[in-house]
Design a protein around this ligand. Structure first.
Ligand SMILES: Cc1ncc(COP(=O)(O)O)c(C=O)c1O
Length: 365
């Protein structure tokens, strides 16, 4: 068996130790004689795991007691709908600000338009779904009538990332952190709500973690389908229906791995080294690897660049695969190469990749 260096944008690499533990516990989890997929979610073993996972999330994020942690399903995309439905309702008269910095930010705004009026403090789209920059604080034209301000902290497709938390003048701030959650320390108490599909930095697809401040949650409307209501998720500890038990189990193991390795502070240091090395390899390549994002907006998680000719992009992807470095193809709207260096991609993996990039350049320039 040979593990590859996996730059998939999501579902993405999971730490080997987590996979090994899951393998070892597959037939007999926690002395139950079953896997975690085969026990009742109402039983005491699963209940303990579920509550511990919420606590671990709270602990890693440093969340005070007035935050609720919810485990939802339907991916981050379902949050694009749940958020406006809960806070704008169906009347179409309420407003919300959506900052447009990438394809996913646009997708969130598109859903919100079904429920209310969407205003855009900044729209960074250049043309045809191309986004390369994050707006400056001074460029944000906030709507004083907005119920909340939504933004996407890391733009998975175009490889840009907010390097600051926007000041939204006291409005509830909501953030889609799907592709950079827990990659470095952050003051999570600045957010009224943040959410992330787990399948990049937190484990597998199937569970979406939503953290919500109580004073924001209480503003949610009540008349909603049961499974769309944040209040139901909170009141029922995310167990109104059967939760995605296996995904939550892997989320639990992934957060224990993160904690054991020094938590967000240690992870932030490693991710900083990784991104510095990768961008330096591009910047010092005499134009062979050209970064796609504006330098001050570059993502630590998704490193996008292109080679001088499209044929070389293809050759790079093929040669990388042969060298055991996989899923390096850029998203179709951006082209080129995308290296998604999430938490489970190690510094050593990145060093190996840089060696490959240098060799490839020497052979092809
Ligand atoms: C930033 C961001 N938001 C939302 C999504 C959509 O997530 P899901 O597939 O879990 O609905 C993605 C998926 O890649 C993403 O990167």
């Amino acid at each position: 068996m040979k593990r590859v260096i996996n730059y998939s944008a999501g579902p993405a690499a999971i730490p080997v130790e987590v996979l090994e533990q899951a393998r070892d516990e597959m037939l007999d989890w926690n002395g139950t004689g079953c896997s975690v997929m085969e026990v009742s979610h109402r039983g005491k073993e699963y209940d303990a795991l579920h509550m511990e996972t919420m606590d671990l999330f709270r602990e890693l994020a440093g969340l005070p007691k007035d935050y609720h942690v919810l485990f939802t399903t339907g991916g981050a995309s379902t949050q694009f709908m749940m958020l406006p439905w809960n806070f704008l309702g169906n009347g179409k008269d309420k407003q919300a600000d959506y900052i447009l910095t990438g394809n996913w930010a646009k997708a969130a705004a598109k859903e919100a338009k079904r429920y209310g009026k969407v205003t855009t403090p900044a729209n960074m789209e250049l043309e045809g779904e191309k986004f390369v920059a994050i707006p400056k604080q001074s460029e944000l034209a906030l709507n004083p009538a907005a119920e909340y301000v939504h933004y996407t902290s890391n733009n998975t497709v175009c490889g840009t990332q907010w390097q600051y938390i926007p000041d939204v003048k006291g409005k509830p701030l909501v953030c889609d952190m799907s592709s950079d959650i827990f990659s470095r320390p952050l003051d999570f108490t600045k957010f009224s709500m943040f959410y992330a599909g787990a399948q990049k930095n937190l484990g597998p697809s199937g569970v979406t973690v939503v953290a919500m401040k109580n004073d924001f949650l209480t503003k949610a409307i009540d008349d909603l389908p049961t499974m769309m209501s944040y209040k139901v998720f909170k009141d029922k500890q995310s167990m109104h229906n059967t939760p995605p038990c296996f995904s939550i189990y892997i989320l639990n193991l992934t957060m224990k791995w993160l904690k054991k390795n020094g938590g967000l502070a240690a992870m932030g240091k490693i991710n900083d080294q990784k991104q510095k090395l990768l961008y330096a390899a591009a910047d010092n390549s005499a134009g062979f690897y050209q970064g796609l994002a504006k330098i001050d907006s570059r993502s630590w998680m998704n490193i996008d660049f292109k080679l001088p000719k499209a044929e070389l992009d293809e050759a790079f992807i093929k040669a990388a695969k042969a060298a055991g470095i996989v899923q390096t193809k850029g998203y179709r709207s951006m082209g080129g190469i995308r290296l998604s260096a999430y938490n489970a991609v190690s510094l050593k993996d990145v060093q190996t990749t840089i060696q490959f990039m240098d060799d490839f350049r020497a052979k092809n320039s």
